[in-house]
Design a protein around this ligand. Structure first.
Ligand code: NAD
Length: 425
């Protein structure tokens, strides 16, 4: 079947432009020189490969594979690999740069990268996906490396694909190299605490922000969009810390209960129901799932997909605090209105950085040949997230800017200073 380029979705912003808009504001506030601006604006390396794969029907199909290293100034590049039908170089470039800023915000010694293969894994057999992953790894054999570029899972890939990547890379090197990739199954050197790490970081960021806003968690209400890995863990951990989670949602619908939803029950329901909340009885179904974002709650956690808070609905948002679990849930054009309304938005590059932080711990443990306990992983990642929040908060006061721009300022400043010390040609 021929691949059909998806039509642009109306009202959606180009992720690269969205990112650049914020980058430009932060660069100006920082007084970044034109020279350094140009270094940080352009990806360090972009590789596009063709991957001929023998499909189960015996025919050869060619797939496009991309890897972009935005920056390796702070250290080896770090970033996921997505398998999706609409993977595009622009998107991969934006996501690679996002990773540079995310790693810099939480102060871990990584640059940013991202990869993608244009395919539809839902229409492929396990064997076809495995051959594609191994072919992609071989094509990137000189790009990847524990000290060069360390991939991880992203949309459409998971621990299974990372295991194949590690195996293929290790075969080519003639030894086991588990530190070349993170997000591996536990038995292959994955880290305890990785599964819940992103949701946990969202919880830590939310509590830190609530402290600044003087919102008592035991009297606070919260709505969470998305009930996958990030959303369900964030909801569960926030509920444990006293918040009343009044609304949750997934792609099948949104559910509201003003008395609070029992999150463990909702997770149990989802796990027994093909991974969805469809038919969940612990709350009422909202007629329009978009209403979840407009509820009168203290805390709103978008943890599903990008571009859900846009100029179309931002006027109706009533939350005092937005904590972005998803990547890019707020369009750049909506930023100004959020700020005007006095809502604090903890941006994605800070709020969801708990995942990459524990990926970093996975790499550290692999290199040490040692395994940390879950407790050690959680304590260390909580500390990193809390410190990062404080740095960004201080920058927001110092430069008199919203948290999003402050996060970019902290990140760009760190990468720019490091670049200045390292120097160019
Ligand atoms: P996931 O696939 O586990 O879950 C996604 C959830 O969103 C599912 O419950 C799905 O039903 C729901 N969803 C999809 N479309 C929706 C819609 N229109 N309205 C409401 N819900 C919808 O994915 P995840 O790992 O939880 O990732 C969620 C977001 O967080 C993504 O933006 C991802 O890039 C970002 N993120 C994830 C991690 C991580 O460690 N998993 C780290 C950083 C950022």
């Amino acid at each position: 079947m021929a691949y059909i380029e998806p039509a642009p979705i109306k009202d959606k912003e180009n992720p690269l432009e969205s990112m650049m808009e914020r980058f430009n504001i932060a660069a100006e506030k920082l007084g970044l020189s034109d020279e350094v601006y140009n270094v940080l604006k352009n990806p360090a390396k972009q590789v596009i490969v063709s991957l001929p794969i023998t499909m189960d029907n015996g025919k050869i199909q060619v797939f496009e594979g991309i890897r972009v290293i935005h920056s390796n100034i702070l250290g080896p590049a770090k970033g996921g690999i997505r398998f999706a039908p609409d993977v595009h170089i622009d998107e991969v470039r934006a996501l690679a740069a996002w990773m540079t800023w995310k790693c810099a915000v939480v102060d871990i010694p990584y640059g940013g990268g991202k990869g993608g293969v244009r395919c539809n894994p839902r229409e492929m057999s396990k064997g076809e996906i495995e051959r594609l992953m191994r072919a992609y790894t071989m094509a990137m054999i000189d790009v990847f490396g524990p000290d060069k570029d360390i991939p991880a899972p992203d949309m459409g890939t998971g621990p299974r694909e990372m295991a194949w990547l590690m195996d293929e890379y290790s075969r080519a090197r003639g030894m086991t190299v588990n530190s070349v990739v993170t997000g591996k199954p536990l038995v292959l050197g994955g880290s305890l605490g990785r599964t819940e790490a992103t949701g946990r970081g969202v919880m830590v960021s939310a509590l830190a922000a609530m402290q600044k806003l003087k919102i008592n968690p035991f009297q606070a209400t919260c709505a969470v969009q998305g009930f996958g890995n990030v959303g369900s863990w964030a909801a569960r951990l926030l509920e444990e810390r006293g918040l009343k989670i009044v609304a949750i949602s997934d792609h099948t619908g949104a559910f509201y209960n003003e008395n609070g939803i029992n999150i463990l029950e909702a997770i149990e329901y989802r796990d027994a129901n093909n991974g969805t909340l469809d038919g969940f009885k612990g709350a009422d179904r909202l007629d329009d799932p978009g209403e979840l974002l407009e509820l009168d709650v203290d805390v709103l956690v978008p943890a599903a997909v990008e571009d859900v808070i846009t100029v179309r609905n931002v006027d109706k948002i009533k939350a005092k605090l937005i904590v972005e679990g998803a990547n890019g849930p707020t369009s750049a054009k909506a930023d100004a209105i959020i700020n005007e309304k006095g809502i604090m938005a903890v941006p994605d590059i800070l709020a969801n950085a708990g995942g990459v932080t524990v990926s970093y711990f996975e790499w550290v443990q692999n290199r040490l040949g040692y395994k940390w306990t879950a407790d050690r992983v959680n304590r260390r990642s909580d500390r990193i997230m809390k410190d990062a929040f404080e740095h960004v908060y201080e920058a927001s006061k110092k430069y008199d800017v919203p948290m999003r721009i402050a996060a970019y300022i902290v990140a760009i400043d760190k990468v720019a200073k490091t670049y200045t010390f390292r120097g160019g040609f």
